[in-house]
Design a protein around this ligand. Sequence first.
Ligand SMILES: [Zn+2]
Ligand SMILES: [Zn+2]
Length: 331
Amino acid sequence: MGGCDGESTNVCIRLFINLIRWLPVIFVTAIVGWAYYAYVYQLSILTVESLSLQILYLLVFHILLILFVASYYQTVFAPLHKPPAEFYITRDCMEELNDSSEDNNQSDILQRFVQLQGLPIKVRAFEGGVRYCPKCKCIKPDRSHHCSICSQCVRKFDHHCPWVNTCVSFHNYKFFVLFLGYGFTLCLWGALTDLPYFIEFWQNNTVNNRVVFGQFNVVFLFFVSSMFCLSLGCLFFYHLLLTARNRTTLESFRPPLFLHGPDKRAYDMGIFRNYRQVFGSNPFLWLLPVYTSDGDGVNFTTRQLMESREAVRLLDCTDEEDDEDFFNRIV
Ligand SMILES: [Zn+2]
Ligand SMILES: [Zn+2]
């Protein structure tokens, strides 16, 4: 009975923590719901008098809103990408690790495992060894990190965002940038179109000569949209900059470590290629919240590999298969 009670208490605690984690998403949904009522009903229908302006306001607002909500939904609900199965330690390797007490031995065992499996690992841990996650019992692919909130290793980890209640990482980074971009544009549109009515209220305490309780929504709409416009705008332009440099938020604070040392610009292939990695090769799909990112979140071309390939070409070595060996020799 005692065990059962303990189990149900744990379930209750887990449910409670889950509910707390969803609160920011519920808050965002509630704000969007209220903003819809304030913009569509109070501003566009009750306050704006010109029919052509009403149509313009509602049309632009709804297009931006649909793109914003779709990007947000995709960011929140796209399934997280764990490391592929071959990165997880086999039972034999685990037994070897358990039998070995010295750190050096463990590092050698992990290095052997990486070579045996042929894992594409170039990033190193601080002590120079292979990066290993003892919680997930896997080798961390390059640019992956363990998220303690999601309790798993995540490919190309950027950061854990409470506003979307999930990791921002390889699987949803494009959606996240679009969510910030459409959120910023939507709030900017809301603030600018609301501005004349906000000023009118501020000067006369009325909007269109009517003092109606509902008109306060028009005033609050300006405050809320301006505030979110500012915060989303800062984040949006910061992530545009990170994408241009092919850097995650984590890497901008802590550069990835290679055998030749830390390299902040390790994955910087030039702005166009960097953007294509996140947004894909079809420009018609860049602005749509559909998955188009390049790659698998595990294999990453480094700037050094690209430059070494260039060097090989210059030396008139045309054998493509030798490029990787050449790179391994020079790092
Ligand atoms: Zn992990
Ligand atoms: Zn997470």
